[in-house]
Design a protein around this ligand. Sequence first.
Ligand SMILES: Nc1ncnc2c1ncn2[C@@H]1O[C@H](COP(=O)(O)OP(=O)(O)OP(=O)(O)O)[C@@H](O)[C@H]1O
Ligand SMILES: [Mg+2]
Length: 248
Amino acid sequence: MTSTPSLDVRGLAYAYPDGHQALFGVDLTIGRGERVALLGPNGAGKTTLVLHLNGILAAGAGSVTVAGLPVGKKHMAEIRRKVGIVFQDPDDQLFMPTVREDVAFGPASAGLRGAALDAVVERALEKVGMAGYADRPPHHLSFGQRRRVAVATVLATEPEILVLDEPSSNLDPASRRELADVLRSLDVTVLMVTHDLPYALELCPRSLVLSEGVIAADGPTREILSDEELMTRHRLELPFGFVPGSVA
Ligand SMILES: Nc1ncnc2c1ncn2[C@@H]1O[C@H](COP(=O)(O)OP(=O)(O)OP(=O)(O)O)[C@@H](O)[C@H]1O
Ligand SMILES: [Mg+2]
């Protein structure tokens, strides 16, 4: 890899304040423009890892570097702009009276004003098919609509890396496909946490398996999903009748 990776995680370990250790030395590198799925069973540490990527949690040991910038107190504002996290629950992300204000929040805190700000908000909402909803209160929208607005709030900040925690959960099949179209159309590095293995195969050429707080596998998604022994060992199961090798 010649250019600086979008994300570099070295020896990341973390224990929660109650003493429960969730990460035991995670190493991974994601190159610019890659789309990578982060797979793993419940409790593997996926969300804990995600919360380190923009400094919500601070590493117990090891380091996280985003586009060459170490995640830490010193560069926090810039890190928060570079790492766009779409949380599993959109209600953790939407807190303004209108959709427009929620989407404007990030670019406005970065200094954007007036017509330039309006244009960014408009474009982000168009990308997720929510252009007609700018003046609605987010809490009046359906779950799937809120998820899309949450994606728009992050797109509006033009992040270096887009991190999505379970983006397809609770979406109807059409919304799930539309979000896939959005993600494919973006020219941005993507790290996607998912239990939706067909979605990982569709969107991410590469997958990481996180299991018991360490990276247990890293390779082409199709090869990982086809490795029955690996899949069973890490409690990963394909949906009934789904054969990864048969998908074009
Ligand atoms: N606030 C907390 N305090 C103590 N332990 C926690 C806390 N949050 C998570 N844990 C523990 O850390 C481990 C990793 O949790 P994490 O939420 O990162 O898993 P996950 O891989 O995201 O799982 P899921 O697929 O269910 O979302 C689990 O054993 C969990 O019980
Ligand atoms: Mg989680």
